[in-house]
Design a protein. Structure first.
Length: 192
């Protein structure tokens, strides 16, 4: 639940940053677009809160639902990237905090699967913009951002997987030590 609280705070920061982007004039959102963004945030928060509160999350292989939360947060980012194309480099930065939550529980394989999902969604966005013939769409610049973002996420995935692996090994060692300690206590009690 503490982790979930941190993810809620991340949504709040993303909304604030979006407001600041529009305030300084990098782009503009209509009332309907704001309603969709805030609705998406509230829906995601409510959905994950419900899963955690009812313990439905324990049915998943990874009960913290980190992968699912990361991918869901990218849906927010992808809408902003479409609606505020001038702010795309800034919006891509929004995604790094949610992505870093994976360090707490994802294995390298799970992290890389998230990278594939995210880059697939991003690919779909670029394909849509290209085929729409969107005004101001510069394919070289967009591919540069796409490639840079992909490299950055992959690096984060390897680093996060490394840190997560260390955490798992330390947890296993702690459990080993606790078990040995309990055995020693039992033996001491028996000798007494």
């Amino acid at each position: 639940m503490r982790r979930f609280g941190m993810s809620v705070a991340t949504y709040a920061v993303a909304i604030l940053a979006t407001f600041l982007i529009t305030l300084i004039g990098i782009g503009d959102l209509s009332i309907a677009q704001w309603a969709i963004l805030i609705g998406l945030c509230l829906f995601g928060i409510s959905l994950f809160f419900f899963l955690f509160y009812t313990n439905a999350n324990v049915r998943f292989s990874e009960p913290s639902l980190t992968r699912e939360q990361i991918i869901y947060s990218f849906l927010y980012a992808i809408l902003l990237m479409y609606w505020l194309p001038e702010a795309r480099p800034i919006i891509l930065l929004f995604f790094l905090p949610p992505f870093s939550f994976g360090v707490l529980s994802l294995t390298l394989r799970q992290y890389l699967a998230v990278v594939v999902w995210v880059m697939g969604i991003y690919t779909a966005l670029l394909g849509l913009e290209y085929f729409q013939g969107r005004q101001g769409f510069m394919i070289k610049y967009q591919l540069f951002l796409y490639t840079l973002f992909g490299i950055l996420l992959t690096w984060f995935a390897f680093f996060g997987g490394f840190v997560s692996n260390i955490r798992r090994r330390l947890k296993a060692k702690k459990e080993e030590i606790q078990k040995a300690n309990d055995e020693i206590k039992t033996e001491v009690e028996e000798r007494k």
